[in-house]
Design a protein around this ligand. Structure first.
Ligand SMILES: [Zn+2]
Ligand SMILES: [Zn+2]
Length: 163
């Protein structure tokens, strides 16, 4: 049976990757470093062996957040892409950067000493769709400049109407 192939990348499309084979363990991390690195409550990450991983467009920049951990991100748009502990043969890939983030389902949590007090209440907050909050006119103006959720030959696309 053919190995599954997954793709992903940053928001602007300058950095793209491919994963061949099944994903490893997925989990969420509440630690203070993940909060800072993701600008968020923490991070959802999935383990992928580097041997199954290829950068297909561009390369991430790295910031060493501790003596033993590097964090990769897109220098162009700032999207956090992975963390990697020195000597670990796996990347911990940011689940939201997968073209299909549903492929990685977190099954455990770590760093809970830093869990934000409101985290557990998130699932019960009042919920709206984008259509509920925006007029039809607003929605027409929301022209996405984000890279689509699949590989592209060329990005940004060259418009046929431009000179
Ligand atoms: Zn980018
Ligand atoms: Zn963390």
């Amino acid at each position: 049976m053919a190995e599954p192939v997954l793709s992903g990348g940053c928001q602007c499309g300058a950095v793209r990757y491919r994963i061949e084979g099944t994903l490893g363990h997925a989990g969420i991390c509440h630690c203070r470093m993940c909060q800072k690195a993701f600008g968020n409550w923490g991070a959802a990450l999935v383990s992928v062996p580097k041997a199954q991983f290829t950068w297909t467009r561009g390369k991430p920049s790295e910031f060493r957040s501790s003596a033993i951990v590097a964090r990769g991100f897109c220098a162009g748009c700032g999207t956090p892409l992975y963390m990697n502990e020195d000597g670990d043969p796996n990347y911990d890939i940011a689940i939201g950067t997968l073209d299909d983030p549903e492929q990685a389902v977190p099954t455990s949590q770590v760093g809970i000493e830093s869990e934000l007090s409101w985290f557990k209440a998130l699932a019960n907050l009042p919920s709206h769709s984008t259509e509920d909050d925006r007029t039809a006119e607003d929605l027409r103006k929301l022209k996405s400049l984000q890279h689509p959720d699949h590989d592209t030959e060329m990005w940004p696309p060259i418009s046929k109407s431009s000179p």
